[in-house]
Design a protein around this ligand. Structure first.
Ligand code: C5P
Length: 227
């Protein structure tokens, strides 16, 4: 089953505090962005990569693609003010495919197995997203006081990739754009259409490189995988 992947890479990474796009930071001597790109470059089901980039970073990223032998990139459109806009800008350039994956460029540890499970589930059900079970006790807090303890059994922490049949994600994005709805992930846009979204159990290693501690964890994962 083939798919194309959208990688939003146009964030500013303020929480990383690196003074540059965090995706250019190295994890064991290779930029985070390259680690992520290599997963899809090497995935036989992936037939195209779309990268949303900041216009001023486009040439730098194009050089990076050449240097690291990334050949599957089909387009590098301008990202937008919010992540959802960056994803949308790739979708607008993409031609009809069976399955679209949306994946944070800042999650370099996604595996081929999880991708394959997502693609299969999106093919069967329309929409499928990666997630892991909540490990900690979860409470709802208002003004510093516990309001409610939420039953952990039903709680999942959601990651990317999020996989969709092409027509479904196009419709969901169009509707969101028309009414000005901004979600924190693509699945929310599909949920708003009343369409069910399936969960695929992912890995706790599929972390998003967000703050400095994540870099330490990220390098530890790479070292473990190299053993
Ligand atoms: O900031 P955060 O890590 O949550 O962003 C997730 C992904 O979305 C990152 O890969 C980032 O580069 C991308 N992004 C984007 N356009 C934005 C904001 C974030 O492409 N306006």
């Amino acid at each position: 089953m083939q798919y194309e992947v959208v990688l939003p890479a146009a964030g500013s990474g303020k929480r990383m505090g690196a003074g540059q796009n965090k995706l250019f930071l190295n994890l064991l001597e290779k930029p985070i962005l390259v680690h992520t790109l290599e997963v899809f470059e090497q995935d036989s089901q992936c037939t195209g990569i779309w990268l949303a980039v900041k216009p001023e970073e486009r040439v730098f990223i194009q050089d990076m693609l050449e240097r690291y032998g990334i050949t599957k990139v089909k387009g590098l459109p301008d990202g937008g003010a919010e992540r959802q806009h960056s994803v949308h800008s790739c979708m607008k350039e993409m031609k009809q495919v069976d399955i679209v994956l949306v994946h944070d460029a800042a999650r370099p540890f996604i595996t081929h197995d999880i991708i394959a499970n997502l693609v299969r589930s999106a093919h069967d059900f329309g929409a499928a997203i990666a997630g892991v079970r909540a490990k900690d006790t979860m409470k709802k807090v208002r003004d510093g006081v516990i309001e409610e303890t939420i039953d952990r059994e039903s709680l999942w922490m959601i990651q990317t990739p999020q996989a969709f049949q092409f027509d479904l994600i196009v419709e969901a994005e169009d509707v969101a754009e028309k009414v000005g709805f901004l979600g924190t992930d693509e699945a929310m846009l599909v949920e708003r259409l009343g369409h069910e979204v399936h969960i695929v159990e992912s890995s706790y290693e599929n972390v998003k490189m967000t703050t400095q501690e994540d870099l330490v964890f990220g390098e530890a994962i790479l070292r473990k995988r190299a053993l």
